[in-house]
Design a protein around this ligand. Sequence first.
Ligand code: GDP
Length: 209
Amino acid sequence: MPNGNRSLNLFFSKNNFLGSFNDIYKIPNADLPECCFVGRSNVGKSSIINAITKTKKLAKISKTPGRTQSANLFEINKTVNIVDLPGYGYARVSKNTREQLSNLIESYISNRDNLIKIFILIDCKVGIKNSDIDIFDFVASSNKNFSIVLTKIDKCSTDFIKKQMGSIVTLMKNYKKNFMDIFASSSKKNNGILDIQKDIFNLSKHYEI
Ligand code: GDP
């Protein structure tokens, strides 16, 4: 385990973009442990990937037109992969596009064997929506482990954050087998980022192909 914040930042700053994929079977690097980030559009996914990797480069790639609806693969320190999945729950895209996006997300989650942790992002102020429940259900039925990242906590009072965490933890009783952890985060204030970095770093330790 690197010793503290600085070493972790160094670990995460050694990153490479390996490509955008619409066909999940074409995603390379299947021999490394992998985590992915998924959440409703505007949940703060790009900002948190920036905060974790201490670079604006990775999330900028994911925001490039043509790449927002693909799975974007980043390799960290030649040790662990981060996959940025398309946002779901868009109000403005067509039914057809919505279906394509959820097909990509679902086929990735159920078929990617080296995927060992899914971070599902929830905006603290917005809370859990039906589309989030659909993802929890799908992830659980695929027998994958997930953690929840509450985002943008700087916009909420301490009391509200506590209540939101409490109600999510209660809901998670339905997902006992697959729910691992909940992180309260703010990319703006750098809250919770170190804990998420540690979690991702630790993925590499218990992984055998
Ligand atoms: P994405 O669409 O999920 O990738 O979300 P973005 O990272 O682009 O963020 C969406 C909006 O939320 C932007 O206006 C960000 O500036 C804002 N945002 C993201 N993270 C935070 C945060 O931690 N705190 C606050 N206050 N705003 C945030």
